[in-house]
Design a protein around this ligand. Structure first.
Ligand code: NAD
Length: 417
């Protein structure tokens, strides 16, 4: 078994370089596009409730801003590193280009386990982090959003800290905000709804029916739990789900309402009484039609790709599949809907939120969902066409489409001065 490099930034650069080679992009342009435009690492001192102090490390990276301001979430997780944030920022560049949104790519993160903090400590951490990265962010520069273990409340604190410092309420500085603060209808379910739309398209292409399909979902947060609910409503059978502590499997199907009730008591899905306990690794290899990694990076690797039985893998998470695993799955005839397409519903509705904030005119949920479906379907078809043109996977097609669009923007703008 070849040893895999699991550094997410190296992986992101690998996928970029593949597309650059296909497009015949010259070395200079490759250097421009594979290097993040700017990275800031900050120390975040926080007064704990006990009166003591702790210092956390945070980052904010803007990868490329040729097509518009940087856009991308903020992650609070103990494993956050600068290389992970750089990878996530570059994936945002390609994702926004793939969906044809007028944004570049950015990302932020703080190495912290927010579950170990009180709500007051979390607020002080968020506000100090915001204050430290404040020179870089803004509605026309770089616009954060939620990611793993951050939510609308965290976005509200960021928006307030930014606004208090600038002396003016600035709704458009973050997306994924609560409705009472200029949030958009449909943002909470947007990532999942986007996955649902591209799954429908991929099922059509593979002559499968989403109705009745057996689905396993790894990760049960914003992306995973909302998707389980939407697919259940569509008639798919959710046979396995998991969170950070493990999962549950029931071949007859699991009811998302019961799973939500179990989780809302603070319990892990691993202890759900309506299924058999499984590990996160086991979940990936179950006999299902559709597998949705919706947690963290590097879950499907060369070590388990040969044992994945799903026909379609929809990457709700960013970077769940390593390049070697991707090749194995392609050779085995599996359809992988890549992250930069599959989970783009979140940033698409974030774009809608930003537009609504600028105009101070808000759309109803049906309008948001209708427009989202249009963006996702168009992007899926454009990606599938590129994949066919280049005789490659959907990932190969998505990168060719996205990298080509960013190269065009850089070329017509020119390099300053
Ligand atoms: P979240 O914080 O809402 O939920 C994360 C979930 O993953 C939780 O259920 C957690 O228990 C689980 N988890 C954590 N570590 C795990 C592990 N080792 N194994 C299995 N499960 C684990 O986060 P989210 O917003 O749903 O993000 C999940 C993924 O989706 C991330 O890769 C994120 O970058 C991606 N994503 C999210 C959005 C969005 O709008 N929220 C948009 C695009 C992509």
């Amino acid at each position: 078994m070849p040893r895999e490099n699991l550094n997410p930034f190296k992986i992101a650069q690998h996928y970029f370089q593949q597309a650059a080679d296909r497009l015949g992009i010259d070395e200079g342009m490759c250097a421009i596009l594979s290097t993040p435009k700017r990275s800031l690492t900050v120390a975040i001192p926080v007064r704990m409730d006990s009166g003591s102090y702790r210092v956390f490390t945070g980052h904010r990276v803007a990868h490329n801003m040729a097509r518009g301001p940087a856009k991308g979430g903020i992650r609070f997780h103990p494993d956050v590193t600068l290389d992970e944030v750089k990878a996530l920022a570059s994936w945002m560049t390609w994702k926004c280009a793939c969906l044809d949104l007028p944004f570049g790519g950015g990302k932020g993160g703080v190495a912290v386990d927010p579950h170990q903090l009180s709500i007051h400590e979390r607020e002080r951490l968020t506000r100090r982090y915001t204050s430290e990265i404040l020179p870089l962010i803004g509605p026309e520069q770089d616009i954060p959003a939620p990611d793993v273990y951050t939510d609308p409340q965290v976005m509200a604190w960021i928006m307030d800290t930014y606004s208090m410092t600038k002396g003016a309420t600035t709704l458009g500085v973050v997306t994924g905000k609560p409705f009472s603060l200029g949030g958009s209808r449909g943002r909470d379910t947007a990532t999942a709804r986007g996955v649902q739309v591209v799954l429908r398209e991929a099922c059509k292409d593979r002559k499968l029916s989403l109705k009745g399909a057996r689905v396993a979902i790894q990760g049960y947060g914003n992306a995973g739990a909302n998707l389980a609910k939407l697919l259940h409503e569509e008639g798919s059978r959710i046979v396995a789900v998991s969170d950070s502590r493990g999962g549950t499997h029931n071949p007859r199907g699991l009811d998302p309402a019961q799973l939500a009730a179990h989780k809302s008591g603070g319990k892990s899905l691993a202890t759900f009484p309506g299924g058999k306990k499984i590990t996160n690794k086991q979940l990936l290899e179950l006999p299902v039609d559709i597998l949705v990694p919706a947690a963290l990076e590097n879950q499907i690797t060369a070590a388990n790709a040969g044992r994945i039985r799903a026909k379609i893998i929809a990457e709700a998470a960013n970077g769940p599949t390593t390049p070697l695993a991707d090749e194995i799955l392609f050779k085995r005839g599996r359809t992988v809907i890549p992250d930069i397409l599959a989970n783009a519903g979140g940033v698409t509705v974030s774009y809608f939120e930003w537009v609504q904030d600028f105009s101070s005119f808000f759309w109803d949920q049906s309008e948001v969902d209708r427009r989202l479906e249009g963006y996702m379907k168009r992007a899926y078809r454009a990606v599938a066409e590129k994949a066919a043109d280049y005789r490659t996977s959907l990932r190969g097609g998505a990168y060719v489409l996205a990298v080509g669009r960013v190269v065009d923007a850089v070329r017509v703008r020119g390099i300053f001065p």
